[in-house]
Every structure is written in structure tokens, then in C-alpha cells.
Design a protein around this ligand. Structure first.
Ligand SMILES: [Zn+2]
Ligand SMILES: [Zn+2]
Length: 419
């Protein structure tokens, strides 16, 4: 292996492909991954278009018993944007510092696992050229996760090609752990995007008048802030994790009359709006949430209207909260847990993920799905400035996945042969 072709250099090359919204490039990473997959024995690739311009990449490692339900390893191709001027290293240069930190948008979320899956399969086959997994193993690279998956996983799970995969178990992205234990996630929170709008009395900037749009909006923001604080104190007191409560965070404010130098300063605007990111744990009551929004956050009597875009579901097709059992009543949990332990890893208590992933579309179909990104002793930097991953952590993750994948294949022969 030349110096320019190592797991780290391949990771850096993948990170240098700018797949950030609003204009993610999907063809370059798919070509890159296909080329790499072609260099690994026994991997077959297929590109499927979800729209004429939005593709996904499906790789398949055939198992010895392809009639059994398959295992799917998922990651997304796209990233959130970055503000380059606020980073210490350019977000698409994948610069590696002398202490091994690789800085890039996507380093943690989630280009690490995308490449680690392949590196692990490559490593398994080079240490044992005769190794064949029991089931078909699929490695999937989907677009549009960061914008809700509408033209991504949400669409793909409805296609015949997905049904034909006969997926029995899914591993998707997780999150970094700041200590020496790996984290595993059995559920996500469900996002609602909420925009509240106020209308009110326009008028001269000097006039004290009731019921202006700004006043109405600010009152709503006050009420929402109180709700936010009532949840936050529970988290701060250590009584619940961030991911176990409902969160609501303002993400934009829009009001005022633009002028060439900024805003007209002596007019009170007749309209004002604000946007919020709401996340609900799977046990939350969506009806109650709607009632609170309608009666307290955007009441019609205060000249407010609201729009909610539900970016997911709280229940599966059978009406159950969207979560995967993380106990030994779920044989896939036993296999995963045992494989991690045998690989020498420690798992912390299974958690709900504070954010949201494409796992929800698989859980919705009743397919057991765990979130797992093998990053430990790493600060959690997804969607943040200066996102990085250390080379040693990345390499250890590959080793871990390698043992874990091989372990799953061996263990499932013992535990899951009846599924
Ligand atoms: Zn993300
Ligand atoms: Zn992600």
C-alpha cells in the first residue's frame, strides 16, 4: 500500500468531496465509493435514481444463504453546510493536524461510517479470503438525509428494490462518545419544523400601540422560551437526557422592511415570523403538542398563525412508539451486543438519539435498527464548526467494526438461525 492509498488517505479523499447542502454533489462520491468497492472482492454495486438527478448507491456482499433476511449498513452522502471563515481549517480540505485530528464537514456525520463499513469488509476478506457472511450484507449510501430524506430514504423504502432486499436488521449512524464506551441508539427523536407568523398594527416607529406584529410574535417567543426552559431545567438537573425531553429551539427570525442600508428604522412592520426546530422523543404525545401550539404558542386571538411540517412519525405502522428493543427479547440486540463485547468494546446504556436519522424510515416498517458510529473519546461536533475525527479513533473504529461484523456473522449462525 502506497502512502497515498491508506485507510486515512481514502477517508480524507471522501471528505474532500463537497456534498454539503444546498447543492450537494452526489455523482462524485458515488463514483469514488464505487471505485473503492470494485477494489474489494465480492462487492457488487448498483446505482438507483430516486429522481432523475438524485441517485443512491447500493453495494451488496452476497451471503452463503441469501434466502435469509439481510443486514443493511446505512450512511448518508450529504452534509449540512459549513461557514468556512469560522473554521480553523477549511471544511472540505480534510486537513490532518500533527496530533492526527482530521478536520472536515462530515468527519463525524457521517462519512466516517460510510468508509469504515468498506474498510472493515476489506480487512475481513484480506485476513480470511474464504470468509463469506451468512446473510446478504448491503451497504447503502443515501442522499438527502440532512433535508429530511424526502428524495432519499423516505422514497427508497417505498420502492420495489428496497422490498427485494428483504432487510432483517439495520445499522445506521450514531453519535460520538466523549468517554471510553461506545454509544448505541435504539430510537430517534421526531422533528417538526414550526413556523409561527404574526400580523399586527402597522405604524410610525415612534408610536406606542397595542397588537403590533412584533409584539405578538415576541409574546409567543416568551411563552415558547418558558416551555423550553421547563424542559431544560429537567436536563440540567440530571433527571433526563436532552434526547428524552421535547426540545424547541428558534432557528430563524424574519421581520422588518428592508432598505438599501439595512432596515427601515421608523416603521413598525405589519408581519413577523419565526421558525423553530422541535424534537419529540418517541413517547411524546403529538396531539398534546399540537394543542399547546394552537392554544399557547400561536393563538389565533393574538393574530398568530402557524405551520407545522412533520419530518417523521412518532408511531410505527402498528401504532407503537418508533423504537427498537434493546434487550435480549430482541435477538438482533443480543447478537450486536455480544459482537461488540467480543470485539473488546464496551457499550454504554442504549439511548434515544437527540437528533434524527434515516433509521426512522426503517423502524416505521418494523425493521430493528440501531444507530452506531464507533467514535469514542471524541467531542460531539456534528453540525458544529471545526468538526473533526482523530485518525487513531477512526482506525480503531474500523478494527472494531471488522471484529464486530465478523462476530455478527458467526453469532447469528448460533443465535439467529431460526429467524
Ligand atoms: Zn446531520
Ligand atoms: Zn447524519
Amino acid at each position: 500500500t502506497s502512502e497515498s492509498d491508506t485507510p486515512i488517505s481514502r477517508f480524507q479523499q471522501y471528505l474532500r468531496i463537497n456534498t454539503a447542502h444546498p447543492n450537494p454533489n452526489y455523482t462524485t462520491p458515488i463514483n469514488y465509493l464505487t471505485n473503492f468497492a470494485n477494489s474489494i472482492p465480492n462487492l457488487h454495486s448498483k446505482i438507483i435514481h430516486l429522481t432523475p438527478t438524485i441517485p443512491l448507491l447500493l453495494l451488496t456482499w452476497p451471503g452463503s444463504n441469501p434466502s435469509l433476511p439481510s443486514i443493511l449498513f446505512n450512511s448518508h452522502l450529504d452534509s449540512v453546510p459549513a461557514e468556512p471563515e469560522k473554521w480553523t481549517h477549511p471544511p472540505f480540505a480534510a486537513h490532518k493536524t500533527s496530533d492526527g485530528r482530521i478536520f472536515a464537514r462530515g468527519a463525524q456525520d457521517d462519512k466516517c461510517i460510510g468508509m469504515q463499513y468498506l474498510e472493515a469488509i476489506k480487512a475481513i476478506q484480506s485476513s480470511d479470503p474464504n470468509f463469506v457472511p451468512l446473510r446478504n450484507v448491503h451497504i447503502l449510501y443515501v442522499p438527502e438525509e440532512e433535508v429530511g430524506g424526502f428524495n432519499g430514504m423516505r422514497k427508497f423504502v417505498e420502492r420495489k428494490e428496497f422490498e427485494e432486499l428483504n432487510v432483517g436488521f439495520v445499522m445506521d449512524e450514531g453519535q460520538a462518545s466523549t468517554n471510553d464506551e461506545f454509544r448505541v441508539f435504539y430510537a430517534d427523536r421526531t422533528p417538526w419544523h414550526m413556523v409561527i407568523k404574526a400580523v399586527g398594527m402597522p405604524g410610525h416607529g415612534s408610536k406606542l400601540v397595542d397588537n403590533t406584529a412584533m409584539e405578538n410574535l415576541m409574546k409567543s417567543i416568551e411563552v415558547i422560551t418558558k416551555f423550553r426552559e421547563s424542559k431544560f431545567v429537567i436536563v440540567k438537573a440530571g433527571l433526563a437526557a436532552n434526547s428524552e425531553v421535547i426540545s424547541v429551539n428558534p432557528v430563524f427570525l424574519k421581520a422588518g422592511t428592508p432598505s438599501p442600508t439595512g432596515f427601515v428604522m421608523n416603521m413598525q412592520p405589519s408581519e413577523a415570523e419565526a421558525g423553530f426546530d422541535i424534537r419529540m422523543p418517541p413517547t411524546a404525545d403529538p396531539q398534546l403538542m399540537r394543542k399547546i401550539i394552537e392554544e399557547q404558542w400561536a393563538p389565533a386571538w393574538r393574530n398568530m398563525t402557524y405551520e407545522i411540517t412533520e419530518k417523521g412519525f412518532l408511531r410505527d405502522n402498528m401504532g407503537r412508539p418508533l423504537m427498537t428493543l434493546a434487550s435480549d427479547t430482541n435477538p438482533w440486540w443480543s447478537v450486536f451486543n455480544e459482537a461488540v463485547t467480543r470485539a473488546g468494546g464496551k457499550l454504554s446504556k442504549p439511548e434515544i438519539l437527540a437528533s434524527t436519522t434515516d433509521a426512522r424510515f426503517m423502524r416505521r416498517l418494523g425493521i430493528p435498527t440501531f444507530g452506531f458510529s464507533p467514535m469514542k473519546n471524541t467531542p460531539i461536533l456534528l453540525h458544529d464548526h471545526n468538526e473533526f475525527l482523530k485518525d487513531t479513533v477512526y482506525l480503531e473504529g474500523i478494527k472494531h467494526l471488522k471484529t464486530c461484523f465478523a462476530g455478527i456473522s458467526i453469532l447469528e449462525k448460533m443465535i439467529l438461525h431460526t429467524i
